[in-house]
Design a protein around this ligand. Structure first.
Ligand code: DOR
Ligand code: ZN
Length: 340
């Protein structure tokens, strides 16, 4: 009989949106309950571009999340990114990575980078100090089909960055395509990727299932089934290049269920349960700990967490609404749940 429990070293979330103010207070505890540490994205309004802003934001997160959770901060890269400020924040251990949003690619990315060469001085410095570049990998060219934006980004932007900065550590965030999985697999050890639960579980049909489904809409948008299968194979392969990053991105129900609904899936409350189900389906539960608790920490050069988390094979019904937000899997029954 299959084991009824699954115990792993305490996991981390290498990509999450915790927001600020009232929303931060609503969502922080879900991530803190599941994860020991999380890399917190800087796409606030205004974006987190200075060391002081990141330190203040970190304090607010600690207060909202409570004891025992460590937020790891990121710097939002703009065309004016200052290599000295980026390096200072890294050396003072305020932030551990910088995030590249192509301008206009997603939520609060208006201040993002308009032309990759503008941040070459910052990338040069990051390469020399060993600071990770987190990448939202989509082109924004309106001529490019929405479903092709990730693959085209590899050709137009990412290949060049990897070529020009051969030692830069890069995380290709929330990959959604076979092209992205293959690119990461074929690149050096300094190139890795995060994978969300939704991109392992839904394909693009979910956005149109019987009507327009705003809660299945995120960016990068889910792709065809063959891409979901390629991303699943990569994530469950045991390769240290792939690790957990939920991209949990809460928006109010009103902002999602709108004539111009926001991109983002709020998956924090049941993220581990969701990933565990995928690893079980792929007969890869023995590789779940590496993906959830080891590969990311090693890539970022951080210690592995002490302590363990146990999941038990036990049905859990996901509520239709939590804190006024609609969670991923709303109304569904999942097969694993966190014990205790
Ligand atoms: O779906 C998304 N939501 N993708 C992103 O890249 C950003 C995020 C957000 O902040 O809402
Ligand atoms: Zn994100």
């Amino acid at each position: 009989m299959a084991s009824q429990t699954l115990t792993i070293r305490r996991p981390d979330d290498w990509h999450v949106h915790l927001r600020d103010g009232e929303m931060l207070r609503r969502v922080a505890r879900y991530t803190a309950r599941q994860f020991c540490r999380a890399i917190v994205m800087p796409n606030l309004v205004p974006p987190v571009t200075s060391v002081d802003a990141a330190a203040a934001y970190r304090d607010r997160i600690r207060e909202a999340a409570g004891e025992g959770f460590e937020p790891l901060m990121t710097c939002y890269l703009t065309d004016e990114a200052d290599p000295a400020e980026i390096a200072r924040g890294f050396e003072e251990r305020i932030w551990i990575a910088a995030k590249l949003y192509p301008a206009g690619a997603t939520t609060n990315s208006a201040s993002g980078v308009t032309e990759i060469k503008r941040i070459y001085p910052a990338l040069e410095r990051m390469q020399s100090i060993g600071m990770v570049l987190c990448v939202h990998g989509e082109v924004t060219d309106p001529e490019i089909d929405v479903f092709d934006r990730e693959a085209v980004f590899i050709d137009r932007v990412l290949s060049g960055v990897v070529h020009d900065f051969p030692d830069l550590k890069v995380v290709f965030e929330h990959i959604t395509t076979s092209e992205a999985a293959q690119f990461v697999q074929g690149a050096g050890d300094n190139i890795a990727a995060t994978v969300t639960p939704q991109h392992l579980i839904i394909n693009r049909n979910a956005i149109f299932a019987g009507g327009l489904r705003p809660h299945a809409y995120c960016l990068p948008v889910a792709k065809r089934e063959k891409h979901r299968l390629a991303v699943r194979a990569a994530a469950t392969s045991g390769s240290p290049k792939f690790f957990l990053g939920t991209d949990s991105a809460p928006h109010s129900r009103e902002a999602k269920e709108s004539a111009c609904g926001c991109a983002g899936i709020f998956n924090a409350p049941f993220a581990l349960e969701s990933y565990a189900q995928v690893f079980e389906e792929e007969d890869a539960l023995d590789r779940f700990e590496g993906f959830a608790s080891e590969h990311g920490a090693r890539f970022y050069g951080l210690p592995l967490n002490a302590g363990t988390t146990t999941l038990e094979r036990n049905q859990v019904i996901v509520p239709d609404e939590m804190e006024g937000l609609v969670p991923f899997h709303a109304g569904e029954t999942l097969r694993w749940r966190i014990a205790g």
